[in-house]
Write a protein that binds this ligand. Structure first.
Ligand code: DNO
Length: 408
């Protein structure tokens, strides 16, 4: 398991020195400033590589940019409208430029309009730390009474709609503004958040796009880009929907193992793969992460390790981001499944035997608090997560545990 870390570029509060001291082996990054749909040029890619290769004082770091997260897929491609064909050509041109620069793993997602969605970006825990939270009642209150989405009324179970009405009535203007900003926050690294009018306009565009249509658009996209990736020896990996269920009436098609299987089988090349995000999958009780890792394993090209605590029992329900070894996902079992997959790859002689993973998100603790970093990406909280995960990896790989030198 290759220990990587997401770095947002020169504006990131964490430095290359911080990453080095955290024991990071490789960097995950993206050119967030390049507009979605445009080509990532060799110059821009090289400039980012150069920043990663240097410590604060200019001396060389041992770090390299190893995973792209994300090369964004435009709304036009998802809807097959407007400039979608040109955007696919540009995506391929970016792939070629990345490959020439030595970057072969590309994470992307196919979530319409909203990327990951939370209602609270700094929810206070009993110990004073903060974490991100998705409150289904707050979300329903936003949808029903702030966005006033036509059609929303019939989509919530009665008790949820009633609770949302009471919740909305109890919110002051600040609370209403906060939930709106948080829901519209979307993409990490994005330059701007969306207004209510933007969201309404986007939703109207998706009116006629069913889940089946969106899945077909994803398969069409992959049928274009995957053969090139395969030829170049690159690995594409789709990130799951976060949370893994429909929001605002939008189709979400990468939420479960069945969803992934359909898309992996439709374009059945090793280069068509999975970003295995335990935090996204884990927000649904019917996603068994260790078992999914075992079954999807051969096609997993990148891993996000994060844990969530589900707060209710419904399929669509509230959850918050727990500590990496807390929450409802059995992280030890997931790591055991990853290590087993890596051993299997070694026996097959595969080159990609060390799967890059990153500690995904983290709680804001100690000096993270009040630091105004990228929500979900505190330096110390993630360092703690990485250290805990590294401990499990080291232990599970130890001869005392693997049996090579077991206890008498
Ligand atoms: C959230 C992230 C996602 C992820 C993209 C990948 O923190 O895990 O935004 O980067 O969905 O395309």
């Amino acid at each position: 398991m290759r220990q990587t870390w997401r770095w947002f570029g020169p504006k990131d509060l964490a430095s290359t020195d911080d990453m080095m001291q955290a024991g990071v082996e490789g960097v995950v990054s993206a050119l967030h400033h390049v507009p979605t749909g445009a080509v990532w040029t060799p110059e821009e890619i090289a400039a980012r590589q150069d920043l990663i290769a240097r410590m604060k004082d200019g001396t060389p770091s041992t770090l390299k940019w190893e995973v792209v997260e994300s090369l964004p897929v435009s709304e036009d491609i998802k809807k097959q409208k407007g400039d979608w064909r040109a955007h696919i050509e540009n995506w391929k041109a970016s792939m070629i430029n990345l490959h020439r620069a030595g970057l072969d793993v590309i994470c992307y997602n196919f979530m319409p309009v909203l990327d990951w969605t939370r209602t609270d970006l700094a929810w206070r825990l009993p110990n004073g730390a903060t974490c991100m939270r998705f409150d289904f009642i707050d979300f329903a209150a936003f949808d029903l009474y702030i966005l006033e989405r036509p059609g929303a009324v019939g989509e919530y179970p009665g008790p949820v709609a009633e609770a949302a009405e009471r919740r909305f009535a109890g919110m002051d203007d600040d609370a209403r503004r906060a939930v709106t900003t948080n829901v519209a926050f979307g993409l990490p690294g994005a330059a701007s958040t969306m207004t209510l009018a933007d969201i309404r306009a986007h939703l109207a565009e998706y009116g006629a796009i069913s889940a089946e249509t969106l899945r077909r658009h994803l398969v069409d996209f992959l049928a274009e880009v995957t053969p090139l990736a395969q030829k170049l020896g690159m690995r594409l990996c789709c990130h799951p929907d976060d949370p893994p269920f429909s929001l605002l009436g939008l189709p979400r098609i990468m939420s479960t193992e069945v969803d992934y299987r359909a898309v992996l089988d439709a374009v059945d090349l090793p280069a068509n793969g999975v970003t295995f995000c335990t935090g996204s999958f884990g927000a649904r009780a019917d996603n068994d992460c260790p078992a999914m890792m075992r079954r999807l394993g051969p096609r997993v090209h990148f891993i996000h390790l994060r844990n969530v605590r589900r707060e209710g029992t419904a399929l669509r329900d509230s959850f918050h981001e727990a500590e990496h070894l807390g929450g409802d996902t059995d992280m030890v079992a997931v790591i055991a499944a990853i290590l087993a997959e890596e051993r299997r790859r070694r026996t097959e002689g595969r080159q990609d035997c060390s799967i890059p993973f990153r500690p995904d998100h983290g709680q804001d603790i100690l000096d993270d608090l009040g630091r105004k970093g990228q929500p979900g990406y505190p330096t110390i909280g993630r360092l703690k997560g990485l250290a805990e995960l590294r401990g499990i990896m080291t232990a599970l790989d130890h001869p005392l545990v693997t049996g090579a030198n077991a206890f008498p």
